[in-house]
Design a protein around this ligand. Structure first.
Ligand code: MRU
Length: 343
């Protein structure tokens, strides 16, 4: 199942807010529609947001009218897409890559510019699948035989261009015959674990057991988890990791139980411009996401809510970061720089 595809100058996006009940694609023809789809989380997951935004730039350039200044117009498209979600750095990485391509070709004729931007968006998309397969291959090294892996949120095919990061490791382990089962945290408030991870693993015939977020500690205490693998929205220069809210608690639980805790992420998630996790902007979302499940109110409609979408796991809790260039281990600042200092 494709997270998104490009056809007839249109971005077809799998509407993840409807999964697993309905499998439907929305047809996006303008960059504003792409921005809305990112904000409303029809598309979500760091690499998938980046790829969608790249296609959003293409739709932007296709909507250009000759009476405008192309530089100013496209900068506005860039800013609109940039202001959708603040935490996953892949969004800014993809937009910057598209902008760089634009600067390279801006003196060519309009058709050439549009073609070059479309090719760049397609490269971002297809490269991501390859990066995830590399993550999977490197990750295999840390997966013991007959492994039970616990994961949080959805860092799978649905969160990327395909294959997944954390679920890329799961898929590689499954293909190698090393996987016993996966525990998927449901991941309140928006239930990416229940709705998306459970769905995509079942589709692939992978043994998955759903648990509520507050069951993870007990499941670990029973000796049912061999390792934890999660995705990332941003990794800073010192190895701190922003990921879906609840990741931090899992990392501490894993440490207490002596369970290895791995983060899987492509190079596009690494942000060397930020010194530590304290510098990462954490998105706060609509309080109704906590007051409700789906459309149904589960709390007094006026109760105060705090709804951060992500948290930061300090590097000291992370056993290793599985990337497309290999597994990074402590000391993180030094080793991240060695692998990613060049770009
Ligand atoms: O709010 P979401 O669903 O976009 O959050 C997604 C996550 O936190 C993922 O774990 C992360 O983006 C990595 S996806 C490969």
């Amino acid at each position: 199942m494709d997270t998104m595809y490009w056809k007839d100058n249109t971005l077809f996006l799998l509407d993840q807010t409807k999964l697993p009940i309905e499998v439907t694609y929305v047809k996006l023809k303008t960059y504003e529609e792409v921005a809305e789809a990112i904000v409303s989380m029809k598309v979500r997951g760091a690499p998938a947001i980046g790829a969608a935004a790249a296609y959003g730039m293409v739709l932007g350039v296709m909507g250009f009218r000759n009476d405008q200044n192309l530089d100013n117009y496209l900068r506005n498209v860039y800013e609109t897409l940039k202001n959708t979600r603040p935490t996953a750095v892949n969004l800014f990485w993809a937009l910057d890559r598209m902008w760089k391509k634009y600067l390279e070709v801006k003196n060519q004729n309009f058709e050439e510019i549009a073609k070059a931007l479309l090719n760049e968006a397609k490269s971002i998309f297809y490269e991501d699948i390859e990066l995830n397969k590399k993550i999977g291959a490197y990750g295999l090294e840390v997966v013991p035989e007959n492994a039970s892996i616990l994961t949080h949120c959805n860092a799978g095919a649905l969160a990327t261009a395909g294959y997944g990061t954390a679920l890329g490791v799961v898929r590689a382990a499954f293909a190698a015959g090393k996987l016993k089962r996966v525990f998927a945290d449901e991941t309140r408030p928006l239930l990416q674990g229940a709705r998306l991870t459970a769905f995509e693993l079942l589709e692939d015939g992978i043994d998955v057991t759903l648990i509520c977020d507050n069951m993870a500690g007990y499941v670990m205490s029973l000796g049912l988890v061999d390792l934890v693998v999660v995705g990332a929205d941003r990794v800073t220069a010192n190895g701190d990791v922003a990921n879906k809210i609840g990741t931090y608690s899992l990392a501490i639980l894993a440490k207490e139980h002596g369970i290895p805790f791995y983060v899987a992420a492509p190079y596009s998630t690494i942000d060397l411009n930020l010194n530590s996790g304290k510098d990462i902007p954490i998105e706060e979302r609509n309080p109704d996401e906590v007051r409700k499940i789906g459309d149904r109110l589960i709390a007094p409609s006026k109760v105060k809510v705090f709804n951060p979408a992500f948290d930061v796991t300090p590097a000291k809790y992370i056993t290793g970061i599985i990337t497309d260039r290999g597994i990074v281990r402590p000391p993180y600042r030094e080793n991240i720089k060695k692998l990613f200092g060049g770009n």
